[in-house]
Design a protein around this ligand. Sequence first.
Ligand code: SAM
Length: 267
Amino acid sequence: MAIGPPPRQFAGVKPLILKQRGRGAGLVLPISLRDIELFAFSARTDATVARLCASQGARTAFETVYSRWGDPWRSASLRYHYQRQKYEQVVALIPGGRFRRALDLGCGLGLLAPMLAGRVDEFLGIDIAQGAIDRARERYDCLPNVSFEQGDLLELPSSLDGRFDLVLVLDVLYYLLDLDDELLKQVVTRIADLSDPGGLCVLANHYFFGVDSGSRLSMRIHRAFTESSRFRLISEHYRPFFLVSFLESLPTPQARPQHHSFPKATL
Ligand SMILES: C[S@@+](CC[C@H](N)C(=O)[O-])C[C@H]1O[C@@H](n2cnc3c(N)ncnc32)[C@H](O)[C@@H]1O
C-alpha cells in the first residue's frame, strides 16, 4: 500500500503511518490514534485470558471474556479501524474463485462470514466460547449459507475431516496452552485433516516487527505449517501488525498413519 491521502473512512482521524521493518518493509497501514486504545483493550483481554487459562482452562477463560466484554478484542467496533482492515486485507488476498465449504476456526464474532458468504456455498464458524457463537448467530442469522457451532479445535469430530476447501485460522493458535513443538505438529496435522486435499488454508497471526515474544511465537506457528509435509506454502505477507500465510493442503502420504492423539467429540 502506498502512502497517499487517507481513504475516506479515515476522514477526520489523524493517521499514524507505521512502517514494517525487515520483511515486508515499505508496507504501511494507517492506524488511528484510537487504535492505540484498541491495542490496550486487547492486551487487557489477553492478560485476563492468560490468567484464567492457567487457573480454569481455556473454555472458561474465553467464556468469561465474552460474557464480561461482549466483544473482548473490539473486533466489531466501528470506533476502531485496525481489525476491520485486517479482515479486509486478508480477504482481498484470498485467490479468486468460489469455495464449496469454508471453515473459520476460532471464529469469534464471525466477522469473516459476511465478507465470504458470497464466495462460498457453505460457511461454518467454530469457536470454543458459546458466548462468541451466540453473538455470531445473532449477528448473521440473515445469511442462509452461514452457521456457527461451539467446539474446541483440539477436539473436533472426525466427521468434519476432508470437508473444507477453505480453512481460516486467524489469531487463534497462539492462545493454545503449552504449545510445544509436539502439540503444534498435532495441530497442523489436525487442520490438514479437516482440509480437502488441494484446499486453501489461510493462517494469520499477530506480528510486530518480529521483535516481541508474540511475533516469535507466530513465526514458530507459521514455520510448523510451512515445514509440514501436509501443506505447501503458496505465499506469505507481512503486514502491520500481522503475518498471513496461504497454504495448499496436500494429500496424506500413503505411509503416514492417519490417526492423531486428539480426543474426538461430537459437535
Ligand atoms: C483473538 S480472537 C480471534 C477471533 C477471530 N478469529 C478474529 O480474527 O476476529 C481468538 C478466538 O479464538 C477462540 N479460541 C481460542 N482457543 C480456541 C480453541 N481451542 N478452539 C476454538 N476456538 C478457540 C477464542 O474463543 C476467540 O474467539
